[in-house]
Design a protein around this ligand. Structure first.
Ligand code: EZ4
Ligand code: CO
Length: 401
């Protein structure tokens, strides 16, 4: 079997997605996601101009060899653009292998470790009461784990919450700056979670994303304040470039810590995992080199009792959710999967077998990934440039988003 054609499809059915489609001499094709929110065309060019010409003519069976060739052959290793591009090809090759062998991806990864992957959904509000109501609504729909974000009084527009006009937070054009005030946030979050916990009772798993906004000692204090809530995790309390910074948080609180949605190779989490400074790793198949690299990340983390809770915002396409469903079913130390529903048009452009029911994600029984791209429909949604925002603190200095 040989790869006969490989192309990139950039489409915007409600938001931008970058997809690779690989065709073979057997007539079987595979799809992979390479979406990097706000930097989509960099990945598209990396694929079109540099990687896809290298794989045409190769045997798609040899996934590991192709992965090594793409990773080492660049000379310039790692980075989000490179690793998303490699992931798109890698996932498409796993899809092809499953289809050729007539078996779902989970079966190629060692079979089932569980019957369904626990997911967490997002509840958010502009007021505390609205956030609590949203949590109760999702709990009634069967979700067993819910991430809660709420606008902090005094900060008008902020990460993970609806805007004043009701629209969900997202990448936009033009590029925007949002306000940020750490002191108000730190005062408000414990109050928010006390109200949520009182309303939900003890069993619901609650999560929160600090989105890289705090310093280690601020995060340590917040984690300590939230201990009686029993959070499932506090996510991205501080930016993780200095991995040793997590030691400070760890020394002060038993609130579980999750990090890693922006990581792209195992080297980004090596110290965090080896020193057991975190509890959950958020790396995703699309941003960390595909199934091939994420299998190694998971095996490494398992040795240190670090579990996976992969990133799954709506900017990770339904193709990545399919891969995450198979990976989550097969991989023993996957604890939970983030799930944010995609725009309705995206579900039409990417017809898929995976589904979320009663708070669990299952991949379906189709061979390979069980997801495809409707190329004709995709053409009706041209790429639309959009940027994630950035935050600016009350004193005027630039903050992290
Ligand atoms: O901000 O996917 O936990 N989820 C997140 C996401 C990220 C976006 C960035 O594109 O932090 O909402
Ligand atoms: Co996050």
């Amino acid at each position: 079997m040989k790869i006969t054609d490989a192309r990139v499809i950039v489409t915007s059915p409600g938001r931008n997605y970058v997809t690779v489609k690989i065709e073979t001499t057997d007539g079987v094709h595979g799809v992979g996601d390479g979406t990097l929110n706000g930097r989509e065309l960099a990945v598209a060019s990396y694929l079109e101009d540099h990687l896809l010409p290298l794989i045409v003519g190769r045997d798609p069976d040899d996934i590991e060899d192709i992965w090594q060739m793409l990773y080492k052959g660049a000379y310039w290793r790692r980075g989000p653009v490179t690793m998303a591009a490699i992931a798109a090809i890698d996932v498409a090759l796993w899809d092809i292998k499953g289809k050729v062998l007539g078996t779902p991806l989970w079966n190629l990864l060692g079979g089932r470790s569980r019957t369904g992957v626990l997911v967490y959904s997002h509840a958010s509000g502009r007021r505390l009461g609205e956030a609590v109501d949203k949590v109760l609504e999702l709990q009634a729909q069967g979700y067993k784990a819910i991430r809660v974000q709420c606008v902090v009084p005094g900060i008008e527009e902020m990460y993970g919450t609806p805007h004043a006009d009701g629209e969900a937070e997202d990448a936009t054009l033009p590029f925007v700056e949002r306000g940020w005030d750490t002191a108000s946030y730190l005062r408000f979050v414990p109050e928010l979670f006390r109200s949520v916990r009182t309303a939900t009772g003890p069993e619901l798993q609650l999560l929160h994303d600090a989105h890289h906004r705090l310093t280690p000692i601020e995060a340590a204090g917040l984690g300590r304040c939230l201990e009686d809530i029993g959070l499932f995790w506090l996510e991205d309390p501080v930016p993780a470039e200095p991995q040793a910074g997590y030691r400070i948080i760890r020394q002060h609180t038993t609130t579980p810590i999750a990090v890693g949605e922006v990581f792209n190779t195992v080297y980004d989490c090596e110290q965090l995992v080896r020193e057991q400074l975190i509890d959950f790793l958020r790396m995703s198949i699309v941003h960390a080199g595909g199934v091939t690299h994420m299998r190694k990340v998971a095996a490494f983390a398992e040795i240190y009792q670090v579990r996976l809770g992969c990133h799954g915002a709506a900017d990770l396409s339904p193709v990545t959710m399919a891969a995450a469903a198979h990976f989550g079913i097969a991989t023993h130390n996957v604890a939970i999967q983030e799930y944010a529903p995609h725009p309705a048009q995206a579900n039409e452009v990417f017809p898929h077998e995976w589904s979320v029911k009663d708070g669990y994600l299952t991949p379906g029984d189709a061979p390979g990934l069980g997801v495809d791209i409707d190329e004709h429909l995709a053409q009706q949604f041209p790429y639309a440039r959009a940027y994630l925002p950035i935050s600016r603190r009350t004193d005027g200095t630039m903050g992290s988003w």
